[in-house]
Ligand binder design. Structure first.
Ligand SMILES: [Zn+2]
Length: 148
């Protein structure tokens, strides 16, 4: 089997998709650090930012800003968002295929963020989380569709 993000980009795996274009697929992280944790995943299998084609690399920041605005207009990360690329295995890059994280933050949520860093891959509360992911995906898909 090829890498998980190649499989999602090729529609061979399901995902909570929010938006797609010729270069990127935007989806919810199924192991969210905070609510409405979004990933922008490149269509091409580029392990690191330097491996991404120049045109996609140039588009990435514009799309990131559009997704950030959509998150904020849906009420997520109004006071702060972490925009993050883990570029290489020593940086906690769990899937070696370029993806940019948008992590909505709230004032005072650092203890929760650190707790999720330790527990996010444990199979706790998956049913409730799945229902939340579906609600967030529907909401954000609508906002992004209106922002095109
Ligand atoms: Zn890949």
């Amino acid at each position: 089997m090829d890498c998980v993000f190649c499989a999602i980009a090729g529609n061979r795996l399901p995902a909570h998709r929010l938006y797609e274009d010729e270069d990127f697929v935007v989806l919810l992280d199924i192991f969210p650090m905070r609510p409405a944790h979004v990933l922008i995943v490149s269509r091409e299998h580029a392990p690191l930012l330097k491996d991404l084609s120049g045109s996609a690399r140039e588009r990435l920041l514009g799309l990131t800003e559009r997704v950030a605005l959509a998150l904020r207009s849906a009420g997520y990360g109004v006071d702060g968002l972490n925009l993050l690329i883990n570029d290489g295995p020593a940086s906690n890059q769990h899937v070696p295929h370029l993806h940019l994280h948008l992590i909505p933050r709230r004032s005072g949520d650092l203890p929760r963020l650190l707790w999720r860093l330790l527990t996010r891959f444990l199979p706790l509360g998956r049913g409730r989380l799945e229902a939340r992911l579906q609600r967030q995906a529907e909401q954000l898909r609508d906002v992004l569709a209106r922002s095109s």
